[in-house]
Design a binder for this molecule. Structure first.
Ligand code: 5GP
Length: 188
């Protein structure tokens, strides 16, 4: 998606270890106009699916996901990283975090994710696919159907995209980064 790619080139910052910071418009300060355009683009790309719920993972997925839910007119559910003692009918899984280099539990309540749900997962980044694989596990535990997975930015030099596409999942990424070598952003 042209607007996002231009924004990444203008405002994205590379850090050692293959990390791209987009704190100016996605991960800290947020650009709602761009967020809305990205939701419209996902809506087009997933138009062949009959989606009745958007699912994401806190915290950085929530902003794009809520725009997506509004665009589709469906509820938005976010998987929680801190397992609350009061959650009823809890489904949990473990996710390894690339940026934090540790594993954590994520959960959703089966009250909000059930066999009636046809789910679109939305997140900011796809890297090694660990968050996405945790989400697939939660969707399976709930007996829901995964319709697709949409990422604002895919790091094409990590293997998450390959892992998900090889499972036959409909994956859409609005910008794919081919390399962050030498702290230079190379887009596909
Ligand atoms: P994965 O689970 O696919 O390995 O990593 C995806 C998650 O890690 C995303 O939800 C995102 O929060 C974080 N992440 C991975 N790589 C980057 C990166 O280069 N920049 C930022 N800002 N977050 C990243």
């Amino acid at each position: 998606m042209k607007e996002l790619k231009e924004r990444i080139l203008n405002d994205g910052k590379c850090f050692t270890g293959g990390i791209l910071k987009v704190d100016n418009f996605i991960n800290h300060q947020m650009d709602p106009t761009l967020m809305r355009e990205m939701a419209k683009e996902f809506a087009k790309r997933f138009s062949s699916h009959n989606i009745n719920k958007v699912l994401t993972i806190e915290a950085s997925g929530i902003a794009p996901a809520i725009m997506m839910g509004e665009e589709l007119g469906v509820p938005v559910l976010f998987a929680k990283k801190n397992v609350p003692s009061t959650m009823e009918n809890m489904l949990t899984t473990e996710v390894y975090s690339f940026t934090k280099n540790k594993s954590y539990s994520v959960c959703v309540s089966a009250d909000y994710l059930s066999p009636n749900d046809r789910v679109l997962f939305i997140d900011d980044f796809l890297a090694n696919g660990n968050a996405a694989i945790g989400i697939i596990d939660l969707v399976n535990k709930a007996g829901a159907k995964l319709e697709g997975m949409g990422f604002l930015i895919e790091k094409g030099f990590q293997d998450g995209g390959e892992k998900l596409r090889s499972k036959g999942i409909h994956v859409e990424s609005l910008a794919i980064i081919d390399s962050l070598d030498n702290c230079t952003i190379t887009l596909r």
